[in-house]
Design a binder for this molecule. Structure first.
Ligand code: NAP
Ligand code: F7E
Length: 350
């Protein structure tokens, strides 16, 4: 049985990837951060928590990563853990560098020293491009990187160190350059989910306004459950390489707003306000991928495009707030700390 170690398993992609790999018959290990408030709601929402062996670990703590690799003895590591919010990287640039940049190096060093054939997937990002576009207005594997934020700069280090270790030591390490991907499990601070959550709240009468920052920003938004399949495909190739994963479409935040409010039968102009304070010190204005390489080599392409994605997210949030208004608990915000999890896992693993 194949074993996979997923860092960041409590995040959006971690949860969907865990579900995907469980269906493929993998034995699953996932790292989580000890926190004062437990954070397993996504794994609970997908009913996957019981299939994962959880290992407490932090990307800034080398010994905990070594422990995670030793315990799981993985064939594949999916390094999804990150300080993933671009806005926050301006508030916590050093932490972002430690987690998103040097954190990747820690795994590569562990693999190099253990001398095992462990494959590493690195969660790279379209943020690396910043304002850089090809002549046709798109971004592919050959497009120059011009990072625009501390997040992107840290991820660019991660991207390069993966390539360097691949070429210098022959380690199977690949970058997935994923464009934005969203879902009903997306964190509430990201713009798509912030919008669809507000639509749900406004529709049920819990909120009156939605404040947003830069409405002109354009993104290539895909559907997260489809993108985790691409991560897996990247590690199933005979040779490590880097791939752009995208829908090849671009839409502005304004278009997302219009589509989302319309999907719930509302006029966005009655509810949306622009707040200058929500604009970033420096933003990425236009992202549109070119997934030709992934299409050709991985045989991967997205099925869910913009309108369908918006519809999936709006329907989920409208239902969630409607249920709440009728006295039902939020299905996926219900924190339910699994009893004695540390003790259980440690006893099982030692
Ligand atoms: P997410 O929902 O924010 O999840 C991030 C995960 O990283 C969480 O499990 C979080 O744990 C964990 N984490 C944060 N800091 C950590 C640390 N110091 N040590 C260990 N774990 C830590 O992000 P996502 O959307 O699933 O994205 C997954 C990965 O893909 C990230 O690396 C992100 O940068 C990258 N990416 C995402 C997108 C996208 O559009 N979603 C696009 C390109 C690349 P807690 O739950 O404890 O906070
Ligand atoms: O912002 C604008 C904002 O925070 C998208 C991460 O997963 O994808 C994500 O990063 C755009 C930006 O995502 C608000 O200025 C306007 O231009 O949803 P976001 P992101 O920054 O693109 C990449 C690929 C990753 O790698 C990251 O990990 O929307 N925007 N008004 C707003 N954004 C937010 N969050 N909130 C607003 O009110």
């Amino acid at each position: 049985m194949k074993r996979a170690l997923i860092t960041g398993i409590t995040g959006q992609d971690g949860a969907y990837l865990a579900e995907f790999l469980a269906n493929k018959g993998y034995q699953l290990f996932g790292t989580y951060r000890r926190s004062s408030t437990p954070n397993f709601w996504r794994l609970q929402a997908l009913d996957i928590l019981q299939k994962v062996t959880l290992i407490p670990s932090d990307l800034t703590d080398m010994s905990s990563l070594l422990e995670a690799v030793t315990i799981s003895d993985p064939h594949e590591i999916y390094n999804l853990a990150a300080q993933s919010y671009v806005g926050a990287s301006f508030d916590q640039p050093m932490l972002t560098a430690e987690v998103d940049g040097t954190g990747t190096l820690r795994f590569l060093e562990i693999i190099r020293h253990l001398k095992k054939n462990i494959k590493l997937y690195q969660a790279s990002t379209s943020e690396l491009y910043g304002d850089s576009i090809n002549r046709d207005g798109r971004q592919d594997e050959e497009t120059k990187f011009l990072p625009n934020s501390p997040y992107a700069a840290a991820k660019l280090y991660g991207y390069h160190i993966v390539k360097i270790y691949r070429e210098a030591y022959g380690i199977f390490a690949s970058n997935g350059i994923l464009f934005n991907h969203e879902s009903p499990l997306r964190g509430l601070e990201f713009v798509t989910r912030k919008i669809t959550n507000a639509v749900g709240k406004i529709k049920s009468g819990f909120e009156k306004k939605l404040k947003l920052g830069n409405l002109e920003s354009a993104r290539d938004w895909g559907y997260a459950p489809e993108y985790v399949e691409a991560m897996w495909l990247i590690l199933q190739q005979s040779k490590a390489d880097d791939y752009v994963i995208s829908t090849n479409e671009t839409h502005s935040v304004q278009e997302f707003v219009e589509e989302a409010f319309a999907a719930a039968g509302m006029d966005w102009e009655k509810y949306v306000e622009v707040d200058e304070l929500l604009k970033r010190p420096k933003d990425v204005v236009h992202l549109r991928g070119d997934n030709s390489k992934a299409k050709e080599i991985l045989n991967w392409q997205p099925k869910v495009k913009f309108k369908k994605l918006v519809r999936i997210m709006v329907d989920a949030d409208v239902k969630r707030w409607k249920d709440f208004s009728q006295g039902k608990q939020f299905p996926w915000d219900a924190f339910n700390y699994p009893e004695n999890i540390d003790i259980k896992q440690r006893t099982k693993l030692k």
